[in-house]
Ligand binder design. Structure first.
Ligand code: ADP
Length: 408
């Protein structure tokens, strides 16, 4: 292990919520342009410290340094820049309505994008004049704690953002707290359901907490026979294997038009063989370490289940994995039936289920056959098909000839 981090008790959560409550009046009464200045300062300081944050993120989470350096940290800074710009423009965003803060926001985030998720939650809350109690995931709290130091360094008024570390018990204490006006949660569907039912109970004054949930995914990529294949394969590879598949929007189901299925499988196999799996601190690493032992066991469970249920597993198969740490060889399955567990449940690992289809209608039917709906991808050169299929895909985001674009 690299360090020990405190398990915040419900008394610690009380103290954090009280601090956020105490800071709320002053923070929300600030002129919006003044709030923006603080948020801009956070963004700039994050940029100055980008290398330190990238190393810390990779050390803590196991994701490749290439990813934390080029994606997570710059994007986190970009979010603070972006929302700083919103602070004094809210009236224009919602004409005829008077924007006002929700109040004290309890925010609970997962381990796959530790700093980015924190930025994603904190930046808009601050821009709108809210105060925050943030609980990072128990396996990845370090960049959030370092971010807390940055808040101090730039002089953010005390109590505006409070960070409590700990596991689900700390999260549950925050969710149940009477002094919290809103809960924002990103994580598993199972915990999300538990939070929704906890938040359904009115507070002591009879009011209800607001709630935002961002839960699991089993996103589909669809490759049509007219797609530019090499480009599509690159997209698929980055969609499911970079970050070890630990991405909510990961394209974990791939639907390939039947005529090109053999070609796609061959190309996938070749590209898989060239992925570098290993030391997250090595800047040439494509696939780093799985975040925790528990997650590793979960991924292995699904891989075994895939074979057991009759799908055929392909992996790059050669090259040693590091002997210390939690590593998973990226793989994909063919001969997958829609009823197979690996085609239905979120795995959150470098595991892809490949299935085929004949017509666009069939592709849509199969892609939409899931209770999830975070994202989807379409790969085709035909403009008309893009609009036709994208319109009918039941997903919050549909990427066209591209994948995992997350600008602020
Ligand atoms: P994942 O599968 O991504 O680890 P979880 O839903 O288990 O997702 O965890 C996401 C976040 O929710 C973490 O910060 C975790 O500590 C927190 N958490 C887990 N259980 C609870 C709970 N009962 N109430 C509130 N937060 C929880």
């Amino acid at each position: 292990s690299i360090c020990e981090v405190a398990q915040a008790s419900s008394r610690d959560v009380d103290a954090a919520v009280a601090a956020a409550r105490g800071a709320l009046r002053g923070w929300s009464a600030l002129a919006p342009t003044e709030r923006a200045k603080y948020i801009f300062r956070i963004a700039r300081r994050l940029q100055e410290r980008a290398r330190e944050f990238a190393v810390l993120e990779t050390l803590d989470s196991g994701k490749p340094i290439k990813e934390s350096r080029d994606v997570d940290i710059p994007l986190a800074a970009a979010h603070f820049f972006y929302y700083a710009g919103w602070a004094d423009k809210l009236e224009y965003a919602f004409p005829g309505r008077t924007p006002r803060p929700v109040g004290v926001c309890g925010q609970i985030i997962p381990w796959n994008f530790p700093l980015l998720m924190a930025a994603w939650k904190i930046a808009p809350a601050l821009a709108c004049g809210n105060t925050v109690v943030l609980k990072p995931a128990e396996t990845t709290p370090l960049t959030a704690l370092r971010l807390g130091e940055i808040f101090e360094e730039i002089g953010l008024p005390p109590g505006v953002v409070n960070i409590v570390t700990g596991d689900g018990r700390t999260g549950a204490a925050l969710v149940a707290h009477d002094g919290v006006d809103k809960i924002a949660f990103t994580g598993s569907t199972e915990v999300g359901k538990r939070i929704a039912s906890a938040v359904a109970a009115p507070r002591s004054d009879g009011s209800l907490k607001s709630l935002t949930l961002e839960l699991g995914g089993k996103s589909a990529n669809i490759i049509f026979e007219d797609a530019s294949l090499d480009q599509a394969i690159e997209g698929i590879i980055s969609s499911i294997y970079f970050n070890q598949g630990e991405v909510c929007c990961a394209g974990s189901r791939l639907f390939v038009q039947e005529s090109i299925l053999p070609t796609v499988i061959t190309k996938l196999r070749h590209r898989l063989a060239s992925l570098r799996v290993g030391d997250p601190m090595d800047k040439n690493t494509d696939v780093g370490a799985i975040n925790s032992r528990a997650q590793m066991e979960k991924v292995n469970h699904y891989i075994n289940l895939g074979t057991h249920e009759g799908a055929i597993r392909h992996d790059a198969g050669t090259g040693d994995l590091p002997s210390r740490g939690f590593y998973c060889r990226p793989c994909f399955f063919t001969d997958v039936q829609p009823s197979h567990t690996i085609a239905r449940e979120e795995i959150f690992g470098p595991v892809l289920s490949v299935m085929s289809f004949r017509t666009p209608e069939e592709a849509l039917l199969r892609a939409n056959n899931t209770p999830y709906g975070l994202a989807a991808g379409i790969w085709t050169d035909k403009g008309s098909k893009i609009f036709e299929v994208a319109r009918k895909l039941k997903a919050g985001v549909v990427w066209i000839n591209g994948t995992n674009q997350f600008d602020a």
